[in-house]
Design a protein around this ligand. Structure first.
Ligand SMILES: *Cc1c(COP(=O)(O)O)cnc(C)c1O
Length: 441
């Protein structure tokens, strides 16, 4: 069970001195958990596709932009969805093949498009101007890239506005319900025989499954309409995006890929009857539950009679939680200095980060066994969009990221995924070599 593995890993992190004076905050990735999620994803879609469909599960690199993670997922049969030159470079560094890579960024430059087409990477165009650019590029180069168009089915938003991409005014894709848009899309396909895919991604955390399914249904109907208009199966692949929400309230992994795939199969059966290839782009749901931030409690104090534990994990590793705690509450687990689960009556206390602003709090008035100096706090479910998304406030260093496996005999083995950032690197990245740059007369 995941929480047992986590407890074993925390204890081993103490015993093996992963946590130390020089590294008072580290991030852990549960390799077995990641593999299990990847397997669950593949099994869920394989179970509903009859006959077995061509499915590419492209991991949304932005959720965990770490080369060894991409490599592990690649080993588990997944590809990569990228949305910037950096993410594409990470996928290539992980040796993800071009034909298992999908480029989706909303602001691709001509150079990025040219590179993707030259490499044979699937490209989803975001808008009419991007299609024009691709028209021009295709007149000068040959490509094996499948090319698609992203549409916004405008099915509505979820509970987190910033992550809702299918609202009436979302910035992504062609807004399908706008006046004349649907006819324009059909014509765009009629005029471009090489345009063979439709793409949608209706949102991320906070989207109910029914709304995700509604978005996919809209895009499937559009594919059928386009293919009827051109009189052949021009749209041969539908990219349904990612967005499966994650349960941040307990260790339970809900909703499951199986639930989502079954609901899709019930509501959009044509998607799975073998006529269409499928692409998925899950991110958070593959990684979130398998990451943990561990931080030492440096000091404890009280303020206004409230106990506060001052730790080394704050806004630099949990940016969303610190700035928008209502949308992104994180579970905190308490361990003693030996790495054993701390017991004792729950006391409301704040768990603070190291940054110099008052709001740098991982948790406020959280009932936990009273933390003591030298204890360890664990910020759970932080495998996606947390420690891999460092925020450089106060020039705090990027913590080291370590994968772990628990052997049958209980021994825990760690592997470095990303070494901790050194102070000298912070200086170099902060203009250290340009010391005199502003001393212009
Ligand atoms: C962010 C994003 C995803 C992944 O979303 P998750 O909620 O992490 O599954 C997939 N596709 C696109 C286009 C995205 O922008």
């Amino acid at each position: 069970m995941a929480s047992d593995r986590r407890d074993q890993a925390v204890r081993a992190a103490v015993e093996q001195a992963l946590l130390s004076d020089s590294e008072p905050v580290v991030a852990l990735l549960d390799i077995a958990g990641i593999r299990a999620s990847a397997a669950a994803l593949r099994a869920a879609f394989a179970a509903v596709a009859r006959p077995p469909a061509r499915v590419l599960h492209a991991f949304a690199v932005k959720a965990a932009p770490l080369v060894p993670v991409l490599r592990l997922l690649h080993r588990e049969g997944l590809g990569a969805e990228v949305a910037s030159p950096g993410e594409l470079a990470l996928a290539r560094a992980a040796r993800v093949r071009a034909d298992r890579t999908v480029l989706d960024s909303p602001a691709k430059t001509p150079a990025e498009l040219r590179e993707a087409l030259a490499l044979g990477i699937a490209v989803n165009a975001d808008n009419a101007q991007e299609l024009d650019r691709i028209d021009a590029l295709l007149s000068t180069l040959r490509t094996t890239s499948p090319i698609g168009l992203r549409v916004n089915a405008q099915v509505g938003g979820g509970t987190i506005g910033a992550l809702s991409t299918a609202t009436a005014t979302s910035k992504f894709g062609v807004a399908l319900r706008d006046e004349g848009a649907r006819q324009w899309v059909v014509r765009a396909f009629v005029e471009r025989p090489w345009l063979t895919r439709l793409h949608t991604h209706s949102g991320s955390q906070g989207m109910p499954l029914a709304l995700l399914v509604a978005g996919v249904r809209e895009v499937y109907d559009l594919a059928e309409e386009i293919n009827a208009a051109v009189g052949r199966r021009q749209v041969d692949t539908i990219d349904i995006g990612g967005g499966l929400p994650v349960n941040f309230a307990s260790d339970e992994e809900t909703p499951t890929y199986e639930e989502y795939a079954r609901l899709l199969a019930a509501e959009v059966p044509g998607l799975f009857d073998g006529r269409y290839g499928l692409v998925t782009e899950f991110g958070r749901s593959l990684l979130a539950k398998h990451g943990t931030v561990l931080a030492r409690v440096e000091y404890t104090k009280t303020s206004g009679a409230r106990p506060i534990a001052v730790t080394h994990a704050g806004v630099q590793v949990a940016t969303r939680t610190v700035y928008d705690p209502a949308s992104w509450p994180l579970r905190i687990a308490a361990y003693d200095a030996k790495g054993l689960p701390r017991t004792g009556p729950a006391v409301d206390q704040d768990v603070a980060g190291p940054a110099c602003f008052a709001g740098d709090l991982l948790a406020v008035q959280r009932p936990l066994p009273l933390l003591a100096q030298g204890d360890i706090v664990a910020a759970l479910d932080t495998g996606a969009y947390y420690f891999a998304h460092h925020y450089a406030y106060n020039s705090l260093p990027r913590p080291g990221v370590y994968g772990f496996v628990v052997r049958p005999d209980g021994a825990v083995r760690f592997a470095t995924v990303r070494p901790p950032q050194r102070v000298a690197e912070i200086v170099a990245e902060s203009g250290g070599d340009q010391r005199d740059a502003l001393l212009l007369e």
